[in-house]
Ligand binder design. Structure first.
Ligand SMILES: [Zn+2]
Ligand SMILES: [Zn+2]
Length: 142
């Protein structure tokens, strides 16, 4: 993990300590592909025998978000979800019934739309977020 090592050196140089929770979070998110809610993160950490009180956990998650290791995904209201940010850009399909999350890549389709928005509005787009809500295949047929 060349990238990670470089970033860790950078932290050290800036005086950030490498805490146990932080290390555990980094390895957790490098393993997981789906976005995780804070509850799910807590459960996964417990399995690794790491207990962090909620305020520590939130502080670490916010730190990793500020440092661009994690992205926050807003799906259903106040529930916060995070995923590893050093990945291909993608979007999510969120099932409102079983709360399942699937990924979808569609930026070929979106590229054209972005161009037309830029032209029409004279707005230079630098990024976008887009998530879809509904019923997954299983829930739709249930
Ligand atoms: Zn579902
Ligand atoms: Zn996109």
């Amino acid at each position: 993990m060349h990238l990670l090592e470089k970033l860790l050196q950078d932290w050290k140089a800036r005086g950030h300590r490498m805490t146990k929770t932080r290390t555990a979070l980094l390895s957790l998110f490098m393993e997981e592909t789906a976005p995780l809610s804070v509850d799910e993160i807590e459960t996964r950490l417990k399995k690794k025998r790491i207990t962090a009180n909620p305020s520590t956990l939130y502080r670490e998650l916010d730190f990793l978000k500020t440092e661009n290791f994690l992205s926050e995904i807003v799906l259903d209201g106040p529930k916060r979800r995070f995923e590893w940010s050093h990945r291909e850009h993608h979007h999510h399909l969120y099932c409102e019934k079983c709360k399942g999350i699937e990924e979808v890549e569609m930026d070929n389709e979106l590229a054209e739309l972005q161009l037309s928005i830029q032209k029409k509005k004279g707005f230079k787009i630098s990024s976008h977020t887009l998530e879809f809500f509904g019923l997954c295949k299983n829930c739709k047929n249930a």
